[in-house]
Design a protein around this ligand. Sequence first.
Ligand SMILES: *Cc1c(COP(=O)(O)O)cnc(C)c1O
Length: 319
Amino acid sequence: MTLPVTFDDVVAAAGRLNGVAHRTPVLTSTTADALAGAQLFFKAENLQRMGAFKFRGAYNAIASLDAESKRRGVLAFSSGNHAQAIALAGRLLGVAATIVMPSDAPAIKLAATRGYGAEVVTYDRMTEDREALARRLAEERGLALIPPFDHAAVIAGQGTAAKELFEDVGLLDYLFVCVGGGGLISGCALAAHALAPQCQVIGVEPEAGNDVQQSFGRGEIVKIPVPQTIADGAQTQAPGKLTFPIIRALVTDVQTVSDAALVEAMRFFAMRLKIVVEPTGCLAAAAVFARPPHIAGKRVGVLLSGGNVDPAMLARALA
Ligand SMILES: *Cc1c(COP(=O)(O)O)cnc(C)c1O
């Protein structure tokens, strides 16, 4: 079985990220354990630089470019965490970053992305095609396009989160990971396979956006309409050409949780663990808080992927 990315790539990414990305803490809570009926280890990527694991993949991808590509700069299209990750990684590496965002993106996100020093190019969501615009810009300016998940160096970078988790807590029976386009879970599954081969990796998607669950069940990539969910980091329509074969080979199962369960989990993290976790970041936790019988009494890793939540959304969850 040859996969498009290997654990060696994850190890190389860890070398590039060493001293640059935070080695995020692993949190435990007896209250959470009682809720899940298992021993939980939360990998707190909400405390990563710029607030999400996406920094790992973005930095690894830019650091892996050749000197000429670095001189020309990089381009990404995203209105979420990937945009901020590319902007910050670009600044740290001295590589110019251009981010294509919709003109009606939340002002706070436009400002954060510009704040990290990126050039933001806006487009009209109603009349312009984002990907076409991004590709044209990349071509005209000779920029390297870095997609949010379907990219070998991005996948390898994301896998360093699980590598750290296994190094810090040892073997686990299960690892629950949220799934958007599958970059995070692909990298984490490569690390699990190498460092804890008995560990079962479980993907978790929002109920409304189960493109990967459907694809996993059918054995081929299924594309769905843009899902309506508060888990905005998982509003992807299909897994990627690189991520899907890795998921098929190394992931045990893909499950879903409701938006209501995500809000409940956000509240739990704020009130009990005193941490802010965004809705998408709660997917894996919400699945274990549902007490699936097979995890009873087991050692379970839970990836908390990010903490960038709109303040109004956080206030509603806490109210
Ligand atoms: C991007 C993102 C995800 C989904 O990651 P994929 O690699 O696309 O599966 C999950 N949580 C957060 C916070 C994200 O920013």
